[in-house]
Design a protein around this ligand. Structure first.
Ligand code: FAD
Ligand code: SF4
Length: 438
């Protein structure tokens, strides 16, 4: 049973979606940074996909050198602020912190990272100087974490960079997807403004690159093209009734919630299908939006669930009920969701099967499908860029797409991971472009 009331004002929305990793004040940051053991061969660095020198930036905070600490972070990760708040630190840097071995709370690395980078953003601290223009131009398709990280890195080498973004706002799923209790939209956009001012790339919004003609034009005009296009809309659940009113894809539901929270339609009794992190987010968010009953249905056992354990705990903490080994069969209703029919499943020798005669119905007025995101195969065909059987762009060790002038990174290449992975890969891809053009 949810404890939340449907928010009817911005203030009530922010109260329901209170930050789970709030900003530290200077005293808290000082004491927390004092706890760090500044380990030799620090495991926290190895666990960070962008390899931030974590003990160094923590020591810089501790000695009052906030500018230096922000530089240490941004040198490795152009999305230093967003990542401080949305990274699954529990399974990355903080999960690797040596304090865990002593059953002591690990250093709050994410919150320290946010402390230092927020100060740099608020003061518009100049940290980087790009090389003089080198006369070459790069087009970036997609202003998500991958596209923006690539643009920052390319500007450091002196390339002119034009980003083409389909949507009206930047930052991809960091803005349109991440849970509002992890980061506010304002924080995501402030980091983007900071990066734009710092690095000087050009972003063209509402500019979806769609056709072969547009692609050929970019190929002629630019020396290389970086693809940071991410993934597509929610994949079909392939069940009867999924086109009914109030049956929605999770990414679409979350995007509406993030852009117009007070207009987002949330049912009273919500069923979420899926066992990934997006399913956990959609369930938590429905509950915080005032749904009185939220049920998660996952077709396999709890141990097989792809979502992180802490994400499930977050959902359970706001009243979500999780049911495992259940396969949805059909959305029930007369053109509008009235319930969902499911069947129990079992795993034998790794094979999942339905248990005959165990069908049951749950009454609900909304179904959210968190069944994964489509790949952008049609667009890649238009570009003549190769992809594997599961639709992921094929790249070499420099993130180049075959022998073309295309390079790619982020979700479109890794199939869907985290913001920090997109940033780490995009930085390497930008270095690959520089090597290719040098
Ligand atoms: C609901 C949800 C919650 C998430 N929560 C977290 C989290 O808490 N922590 C975390 O680390 N990660 C989270 N992730 C994952 C993370 O957001 C992604 O891994 C990351 O944003 C990938 O970055 P990207 O740049 O590769 O793709 P995206 O962020 O998807 O950006 C791609 C951009 O390209 C644009 N684009 C696509 N095609 C075109 C085209 N043809 N022309 C022009 N522009 C185009 C899109 O509009 C978009 O802006 C979440 C994902 C989802 C779906
Ligand atoms: S592992 Fe923990 S204690 Fe050691 S350097 Fe990293 S954050 Fe500090």
């Amino acid at each position: 049973m949810s404890e939340y009331k449907r928010p009817t004002s911005e203030a009530a929305f922010h109260q329901n979606f209170e930050q789970i990793k709030p900003l530290m004040n200077d005293t808290e940051a000082y004491y927390e940074s004092s706890r760090c053991l500044f380990c030799y061969d620090a495991p926290c660095i190895k666990a960070c996909p962008t390899g931030i020198d974590i003990p160094l930036f923590i020591r810089q905070i501790n000695t009052g050198n906030l500018k230096g600490s922000a530089k240490t972070i941004y040198e490795s990760n152009h999305f230093g602020n967003v990542c401080g708040k949305v990274c699954p630190t529990e399974v990355l840097c903080e999960g690797a912190c040596v304090y865990n071995e002593q059953n002591v709370k690990p250093i709050e690395i994410g919150r320290l990272q946010s402390h230092s980078t927020t100060k740099a953003i608020q003061d518009n601290t100049k940290l980087f100087t790009s090389l003089p223009e080198n006369g070459k131009k790069i087009a970036v398709i997609g202003a998500g974490p991958a596209g923006i990280a690539a643009a920052c890195e390319l500007r450091l080498f002196g390339y002119e960079v034009d980003i083409f973004e389909a949507k009206a706002q930047p930052s991809g799923l960091a803005l349109h997807g991440t849970a509002p209790y992890k980061i506010t939209n304002a924080e995501v956009l402030e980091e983007m403004q900071y990066l734009e001012a710092q690095f000087g790339f050009n972003t063209h919004y509402n500019k979806k690159i769609n056709s072969a003609a547009e692609a050929r034009e970019l190929e002629e005009k630019y020396d290389a093209i970086f693809l940071g296009i991410g993934l597509g809309g929610t994949r079909s659940a392939r069940i009867e009734g999924e086109d009914f009113e109030n049956c929605e894809g999770a990414t679409e539901f979350i995007e509406t919630l993030k852009l117009a929270p007070l207009k987002a339609a949330v049912g009273k009794r919500v069923v979420v299908i899926g066992g990934g992190n997006t399913a956990m987010d959609a369930a938590s968010e429905s509950s915080r939006m005032g749904a009185s009953e939220v049920t998660l249905l996952y077709r396999r056992a709890k141990e097989e669930m792809p979502a992180y354990e802490f994400e499930l705990d977050l959902a359970k903490g706001v009243g979500v009920r999780a049911v495992f080994n259940v396969q949805p069969l059909a959305v029930l209703g007369d053109g509008k969701v009235e319930g969902i029919r499911s069947i129990r499943t079992e795993s034998k020798d790794g094979k999942l099967s339905n248990i005959a005669g165990t069908e049951f119905d749950i009454a609900c007025d909304m179904v959210i499908k968190a069944t994964g995101q489509e790949k952008q195969r049609n667009f890649l065909d238009t570009l003549n860029v190769a992809y594997d059987n599961s639709g992921r762009i094929e790249v070499d060790e420099h993130f180049r797409c075959g022998k073309t002038k295309y390079f790619a990174a982020g979700d479109a290449v890794n199939g869907g991971a985290e913001v920090v992975n997109a940033c780490a890969e995009a930085k390497k891809a930008a270095q690959g472009i520089h090597q290719f053009l040098s």
